[in-house]
Design a protein around this ligand. Structure first.
Ligand SMILES: Nc1ncnc2c1ncn2[C@@H]1O[C@H](COP(=O)(O)OP(=O)(O)O)[C@@H](O)[C@H]1O
Ligand SMILES: [Mg+2]
Length: 220
């Protein structure tokens, strides 16, 4: 494997084919990921679909620790970034370097929202770690499913056993939602902000149009 630090000449090609999907639990991310990958494949792309935290053996083990055990917000954040680095080195960067596309269920914007805003660590601390773990590397396109936490909660009510994060009080999820919206407002070119209360078919159409525009922009 070549150098894992993306130099300036490598940032754009890598990030351009990296698409992330964000939003609180129950907002609708999983409902659209397969369709996003299919749309890209229809344009001839090879697509890797993955998720964070996880996506590697070490990452899934960290995900288990993370979801099953209480810990300090700093520990939580460091674990997420350890899993992220492993995921980038083993899955995401190699795929992008092969010219493939990667669609990822959550990335660093989630850490900014959950740990930075939800846990109150502050976005700056999370961004400092991001600068260490993936300097200069960001998705070029991020779909943010925005939904009121009380609506999201009713959607996931049928799921068996809420995990440690899902079980947090509503105030936590409000802060997470706000954290995502602050991020989206700061980077309007990267974010596609979606009203996740709309019907799935309407969202699918909006996402498809945005993807087609993105494909045209990056020349794929
Ligand atoms: N736009 C929507 N309107 C109504 N229900 C939805 C919508 N999108 C998803 N759902 C439903 O909400 C639940 C959570 O969706 P999911 O895609 O699993 O969310 P996430 O992956 O963000 O946690 C699922 O039961 C799904 O069928
Ligand atoms: Mg999901």
């Amino acid at each position: 494997m070549t150098s894992l630090e993306p130099g300036p000449d490598r940032v754009l090609p890598r990030g351009a084919r990296f698409i992330t999907v964000e939003g609180i639990d129950g907002a609708g991310k999983s409902s659209h990921i397969a369709a996003i990958a299919d749309r890209l494949r229809a344009h001839g792309a090879t697509v890797v679909v993955t998720r964070e935290p996880g996506g590697t053996t070490v990452g899934e083990a960290i995900r288990g620790l993370f979801l099953d055990h209480g810990m300090s917000p700093d520990t939580e954040t460091l674990l997420v970034f350890a899993a992220r680095r492993e995921h980038l080195e083993r899955v995401v960067w190699p795929a992008l370097d092969r010219g493939e596309w990667v669609v990822c269920d959550r990335f660093t914007d989630a850490t900014v929202a959950y740990q930075g805003h939800g846990r109150g660590l502050g976005a700056a601390r999370v961004d400092a770690l991001a600068e260490w773990v993936h300097p200069g590397f960001l998705p070029r396109l991020t779909f943010l499913f925005d939904l009121a936490p009380e609506v999201a909660r009713t959607r996931v009510a049928g799921r068996s056993g809420l995990d440690r994060i899902e079980a947090e009080a509503q105030g936590f999820h409000e802060r997470v939602r706000e954290g995502y919206l602050v991020r989206a407002a700061a980077e309007p070119a990267r974010f596609c902000l979606l009203d996740a209360a709309l019907p799935i078919e309407v969202l699918r159409e909006t996402i498809a149009r945005r993807l087609d525009r993105h494909l045209a922009e990056v020349g794929a």
